[in-house]
Design a protein around this ligand. Structure first.
Ligand SMILES: NC(=O)c1ccc[n+]([C@@H]2O[C@H](COP(=O)([O-])OP(=O)(O)OC[C@H]3O[C@@H](n4cnc5c(N)ncnc54)[C@H](OP(=O)(O)O)[C@@H]3O)[C@@H](O)[C@H]2O)c1
Length: 274
């Protein structure tokens, strides 16, 4: 790793566990102070302790429930109030829901859309003036490989991640020349508590077989971000898959992916799908 120097502060949403916690320690190891956002205060304190051991103790916990109305504005106000040099915003907090669109609760899906799309947009909009004040700054958006292919059983989740990727690319073009670089990371399966929380235990065997731990994904994402890349798919196998999907027609990609996912629905839901 390059010699550590002070790179300002990175705010990371969803930093209490999984990929967000790994991104926080990775960024701390690269010299960023960290501002850690999630609901679980105790888990955030532990991540702050680990990150602080790597960056000279520059770690703040900002406990917030980003589902709550006004929460993003409150987080942004607290960041402005801290008066630290903000140089990086990582839009990582996200949630999945697995199942047929009409079998999943409408309220649950709308909440997920809010967390996966509205929160990154609002947070970035509110914090961009601080980023623009820095000589070099970054936005890292955590999308997903599901952004590349419409996916039955994850219709709304996949749509939310496709939105994030498109928004990320366009924002990057708009900010060219300002010193703020925008990167999207599109991971495949990461072994975290995500699948259990998304109700997709039926896919766990595939996730275990082809998935990666959050550490290597975070390392790949931060490396791409610091190099100013537009997009990164962590992991060689995932990169090959994404490239191949780009060459093949969407209809074929979707037929293959939908087949794998629909097959794993519980029998009562599979009947409806057929
Ligand atoms: N795991 C995968 O296979 C995979 C693959 C591709 C992309 N991704 C994306 O990677 C990102 C991180 O996923 P992960 O696997 O690390 O998931 P995870 O282990 O479930 O972690 C999600 C994080 O988001 C936080 N969060 C959830 N709801 C929140 C809320 N209302 N307010 C504040 N924070 C909230 C959680 O903290 P609290 O519960 O403490 O609030 C937690 O820190 C997500 O955007 C996900 O879509 C994951």
């Amino acid at each position: 790793m390059e010699r550590m120097h002070d790179r300002g502060y990175a705010l990371i949403t969803g930093a209490s566990q999984g990929l967000g916690a790994a991104l926080a320690t990775e960024l701390a190891g690269h010299g960023f102070g960290v501002l850690l956002v999630a609901r679980s205060a105790q888990a955030l304190q532990e991540v702050a302790r680990q990150a602080g051991a790597l960056n000279g103790g520059r770690a703040h916990v900002l406990t917030a429930d980003l589902f709550a109305p006004g929460a993003v504005e409150q987080v942004a106000d607290r960041v402005h109030g801290l008066n630290v040099p903000l140089t990086c915003v990582v839009n990582n907090a996200g949630q999945g829901l697995w199942g047929r669109f009409d079998g999943l609760g409408l309220g649950d899906q709308l909440r997920m859309m809010h967390l996966n799309m509205d929160v990154p947009v609002e947070l970035t909009h509110r914090l961009l003036p601080l980023l623009k004040g820095a000589k070099r700054a970054y936005v890292l958006n955590v999308s997903s490989m599901t952004a590349y292919t419409a996916l039955a059983t994850m219709a709304v989740y996949g749509g939310s991640k496709a939105f994030l990727l498109r928004w990320s690319r366009a924002l990057r073009a708009e900010l060219a020349g300002t010193g703020v670089s925008v990167t999207a990371v599109c991971p495949g399966s990461i072994i975290t508590g995500f699948t259990a929380r998304a109700g997709m235990q039926a896919m766990d065997d595939l996730a275990r077989k082809f998935g990666s731990g959050p550490g290597p994904v975070a390392a790949s994402a931060v490396k791409a971000m610091l190099k100013g890349k537009a997009e990164v798919v962590p992991g060689l196998l995932n990169r090959i898959t994404a490239k191949a999907q780009g060459w093949l027609p969407d209809s074929l990609n979707e037929k293959v992916a939908n087949g794998i996912y629909l097959k794993r629905l519980p029998p009562e839901e599979k009947g409806q799908a057929g």
